[in-house]
Design a binder for this molecule. Structure first.
Ligand SMILES: [Zn+2]
Ligand SMILES: [Zn+2]
Length: 336
């Protein structure tokens, strides 16, 4: 079987190896689609923290079961989604159900090899049966689950106003899922094309360019009260430090994007609002299940913009990662 490996920054190779052998408690899967994400782009670019090469990337996966134990609730031939977070099950976080931030978490395609291969074995406990969804829908469950987890952290209620800063795949996911859940959504970015896209293709009601006095627009749209919750989906230090100003008194500020160093907030300002500042990391099974229920109403076809057969990765990858390429979500097709 073939697989794609990132040997070193800036290089993918397609190689051959033996099909993996399933161990007890595992399933053998045929990989069908692999979404490309910021993590993969950082790994390719050589600026992903805690990353070692060579590594098989890919953690946004749609697959079909080839072999599985009899007593499982999933059968051979079933389509599955995969939770790519391997947790220890023993640490304090795991014991309290927060496997998403396990102290020794291992993410497929980051800390261990991921899904850019024709076949893979994986613990049955990480699979979710998904026969009722299309392969496109299954492939985008993981990035949307990151957003669903952030929404759950923020405890978003019907009728609340939220601001999402950053109109990449994660920010768009938070914005659209929150809108579907009954929130009033304001989406912010510095890229005009992305905002246009969010407005026209995803139907986001309020979009504002960060270069055009966004605070004034947000005040206008909220009668001066500002947002109940603000999500940062940029991971940029400047945006992370600025974003909290869009939050109203008593609000929540949710850090979804990850920056590399220290952040500074003015204490009197955050104290006056009794700010709740939350980080949101990965996702839990409940978030995956939430997304799987929400997906039929989610405009998946607009969210996915680019694809190619996996053998053509080197022909397309460089162009996909250019900021002006208009890529929202791209995937590699292994389905043949
Ligand atoms: Zn991802
Ligand atoms: Zn753990």
């Amino acid at each position: 079987m073939q697989y794609i490996v990132c040997d070193q920054p800036g290089s993918f190779s397609i190689r051959e190896k033996e099909k993996p052998v399933r161990q007890p408690g595992q399933a053998l899967l045929k990989v069908l689609k692999v979404g490309i994400c910021g993590t993969d782009i950082h790994a390719y670019g050589g600026n992903q923290a805690y990353f070692t090469y060579p590594r098989i990337l890919g953690h946004e996966l749609a697959a079909e079961v080839v072999e599985i134990e009899d007593h499982s609730n999933i059968d051979v031939g079933d389509r599955v989604a995969i939770m790519p977070y391997v947790s220890c099950g023993k640490c304090g976080a795991c014991r309290s159900g927060k496997t998403n931030c396990c102290s020794s978490i291992s993410v497929l395609g980051v800390h261990v090899d991921g899904g850019m291969q024709e076949y893979m074995v994986i613990d049955t406990s990480l699979l979710l049966p998904a026969n009722h969804l299309s392969l496109d829908e299954i492939m985008i469950i993981e990035p949307l689950a990151i957003g669903a987890h952030a929404m759950r952290r923020a405890n978003i209620q019907v009728g609340e106003t939220i601001v999402v800063v950053g109109a990449g795949p994660i920010g768009m996911g938070i914005a659209k899922l929150s809108q579907l859940a009954g929130a009033r959504v304001i989406l912010m970015d510095m890229n005009h094309d992305r905002l246009n896209y969010a407005e026209q293709e995803l139907g986001i009601t309020y979009v504002v360019n960060v270069r055009h006095q966004p605070l004034e627009s947000i005040k206008k749209w909220t009668n001066g009260e500002l947002a109940d919750a603000v999500f940062d989906a940029t991971g940029h230090k400047g945006a992370l430090e600025q974003g909290i100003q869009y939050m109203g008194h008593g609000g929540r500020y949710i850090l979804v994007g990850l920056s590399k160093g220290d952040l500074t907030f003015n204490h009197p300002q955050i104290h006056a609002k009794e700010s709740t500042i939350l980080c949101s990391r990965n996702a839990n099974r409940i978030d995956f299940e939430y997304v799987m229920k929400a997906l039929p109403a989610f405009p998946s076809q607009s969210y996915i913009t680019h694809s190619c057969d996996y053998e053509e990765i080197n022909k397309h990858f460089e162009s996909w990662i250019k900021p002006d390429a208009g890529v929202m979500k791209a995937y590699l097709n292994f389905d043949k």
